[in-house]
Design a protein around this ligand. Sequence first.
Ligand code: BES
Ligand code: MN
Ligand code: ZN
Length: 495
Amino acid sequence: MEVKVKVGKQEKTKAEALIVGVFEGSKRLGRDVSSLDKALGGAIREAVDSGDFKGKLNQTYLIPAMGKISTARVLLIGLGKEKEFTTDRLRQASGKSAVCFSGLGLASFTTTLHLVLKPLQDASQAVMEGALLGLYRFKKYKTNNEENGKMEIREITLLVNSVKETDQVSNGAFTGKVMAEAANFARDMVNEPSNRMTPSIMAKTAKLLAENFGFKCRVLDRDEMGRLGMGSILGVAQGSNEPPRFIILEYNGNKKEKPVVLVGKAITFDSGGISIKPAEKMEIMKSDMAGGAAVMGAFMAMAGLKLPVNVVGLIPATENMPSGTACKPGDVLKASNGKTIEIISTDAEGRLILADALVYAKRYEPKAVIDMATLTGACVVALGRHASGMLGTDEKLMTMIKEAGERSYERVWQLPLWEEYEELLKSDIADVKNSGAREAGTIAGGIFLKKFVDYPWVHIDIAGTGWDSKEGPYRPKGATGVGVRMLTEFLMGWK
Ligand code: BES
Ligand code: MN
Ligand code: ZN
């Protein structure tokens, strides 16, 4: 996507299409809109006065310009009530307009939506995020499909009033473009079916990403994991014919500091193993690597933005399959810190692969460790699709993550990790069991992970947010790319 910033007036600019944002119930059109309206012979005013266009959030109304200006058409986009306006509503409106133009088959458009909110840089970022996230589609397996060959939007121009504004708008637009492209990269990985996104393919993808963006990538195979005593992840992997991979990413943007470590669960398909899942909707379990994809996307973004931070990414990757060699309920595994785990459910596999990764994180003497995982169905029940679960040992870190969640609108909500919950996972024969009763399922997951951690740590459960079977204002249904923008926003504010 080519992004341009141009100084000029809407009524003078030459474009395939212009976007104009209008607040709901505003009696007076803003000054910039007024002159455009005049040039159009009052068409905008008329659309509003007649009540055809009320400015309700994400409402659209297309006005053909009939040669009155050098732009062919003007799209009115509703911004909702001015008092209720937010950065995310701007992101939504931008996404909705971009999708509208893509539906018309246009190749470019010009927008002024970033001018409705201050600071300009944040607004420009949100406008680019909304547009690029909104235009995302996963169509690679549609052969000879009309949609697949369709012309795409290749150029977006952000119009500004004066050269004074260009720096802020360019910077914001660049950040937004990097964020959205990284999230779309993660979406692509998650939407990929599990036969095309195996642990080995994930590792290859990570190596390619590292080469292209200039950071380090190392991959451990089954033997190397064995030598490190990673019996927990290997116990999950032993049921599958696909070999597991342990992916290590290292980004150095700061010479001195100890790193932040990001850990991402990457079960490329979760059948449940011997504790097999019901067949209905099992296909969605190709998305059980969304945590790993989010970490890879965050690396793409932090490298793209050249953030001055040190970050390590750890992505344990394997399938969870039933077979004659699979781990069975009742089996005992030994993790790389020597702790023994009684397997109650082979479907509580995410925490098992994370355990060895969290132990591995310790060697970096991390300032903070954040893990992202599609860990529990209970989290979907508790929080639904609008918030990820957050549990951890460091309140300050959690506050920072909560704020990054608000900025990116990939919001998190905290659940407790009180010591009273420890009894949920007491085993009769081993140090811990991997699953308890039905109560407090998400907290039990956190309690399990906490046993493998001794540094400031936060766990984010994205089971309800990594995949959405309904579409949103700036995303089609399917993989959401959740976590990429939140983690990157977090790193932008780190120290
Ligand atoms: N990958 C699933 C969790 C999940 C469920 C993600 C729905 C996305 C949507 C995880 O591995 C799992 O199966 N968890 C079990 C844990 C239980 C056995 C303790 C669950 O939630 O049922
Ligand atoms: Mn599972
Ligand atoms: Zn899983």
